[in-house]
Design a protein around this ligand. Sequence first.
Ligand code: BES
Ligand code: MN
Ligand code: ZN
Length: 499
Amino acid sequence: MEIRAVTNNHRAWSGDVLVFGVFSGDLPTYVLEMDREVLGDTIAELVAENKFKGEVNSAVGGRVGGNSPIKKVMLVGLGDPAKATTDTWRRAAAQAVRWANQARCKTMALSFPLFNADADLTAQILAEGAILTAHQDKRFKSKPKEEDKEKNEPSLETIEILESQAQAAIERAKVICNGVILARELVSAPANVVTPAKLAETAQEIAKTYPDRFTVEILEREQCQALGMGAFLGVAQASDLEPKFIHLTYKQGDNPTKLAIIGKGLTFDSGGLNLKTGNSGIETMKMDMAGAAATLGCAQVIGALNPPNLEVHFIIAACENMISGRAIHPGDILTASNGKTIEVNNTDAEGRLTLADALVFADRLEPKAIVDLATLTGACIVALGESIGGLWSTDDELAQKIETSAKLAGEKFWRMPLEEPYFEGMKSMIADFKNAGGRYGGAITAALFLKQFVEKTTAWAHLDVAGPVWTEKESGYNNPGGTGYPVRTLVNWVLSMAA
Ligand code: BES
Ligand code: MN
Ligand code: ZN
């Protein structure tokens, strides 16, 4: 499927489906005129029959009679312009793509009002919505029979954004979507495919694609041991797969702003000896590396965009949380690389143990800011639901930058408190502290645990993305499986920090 900007308007286009994005209320004059003069009042009929009012998530479409140069026409509601966000356009593009494929259209034109009077951003978000909707993950399906191909394959071949010169913005959308799709596919692939070694290879491939921009180092078990990463290695020790500590560095410019992004990279989380039981979602725990996937997705996009004056460290402590005779016992005490001792009262609170050593590693690089992202707690999903991530930060300016980046990306975050008194619940009789607190405020105590490993860096943010990285249902521009969240937020944030 190809997307391009074309300068002609809706009157000078011919093809399978013309889509108008319209706000709620009366249809604009140019739509009404087009309908009367070219479309034989098809739109007026569709609107009346379906009581279409231009609300968000509403759409109508149908066949144009006679021998019109336009075979089908569709209206997609954008709702109240005062409430519009970038995601309104992405989701509208998603509706158009889904409808066009259902109607077996090959060519589609989008005639949309500008978002925020910004032609480049409008083209970018329409293209993002279309590309992400069109992405279907068929890697693990057997090849369809030749005769079934026609009905299984999406029909759309070209999308033209009308009255637009924003081809560069569309190319940018393609680059960003490639990063989102990389993350989606890493998350959706099962744990027997995406192993710690596979994550390491992915980082190496990114570095190889842009050798002038990246360096990469993969620390093996022995090297992690030498660095005293007892928390990370404790989690990894029951698995038959070798852990990989991934350090991918992007660098451009002589006096760059130094940043670190850390992604939780559990390629499978069985819970360990505190084994996940029925209804705990163990069968989807291949997605426990979604933080790592988004970290790599972001790295790929940053490599392709090649922004100046930045040094970004992408860090992943990748392993599996398994059971075997070598597994950590509940109650074992692990020593992290900053010397702190941890009583593992729950082996299923493993993400924070791997992140502990990754945070210490990042902290020693003395970056201006550290952002970690992790499918860290079920408690965060209980608190914020499936589509909103949790955001904790020691620095208001960093938190605001992430909130702004997320808003532009159409990815939702809600700031949560670092409520220090709750750390009481992690007190240990025998070690410095435990790795898990009680049932209440579980996402907050997890964040407080991580904070113990950030000692020098004053600007640190933790993103708990357990909910939004995965979806069982098709929704907006997401298809079932990994969503690629929050690659776009990370990219926007990194770009906003360029010196
Ligand atoms: N990977 C899970 C968190 C998770 C749950 C992610 C559901 C996605 C969907 C994490 O390692 C975990 O098991 N957390 C425990 C912590 C508890 C033992 C303190 C949890 O949330 O139950
Ligand atoms: Mn767990
Ligand atoms: Zn986990």
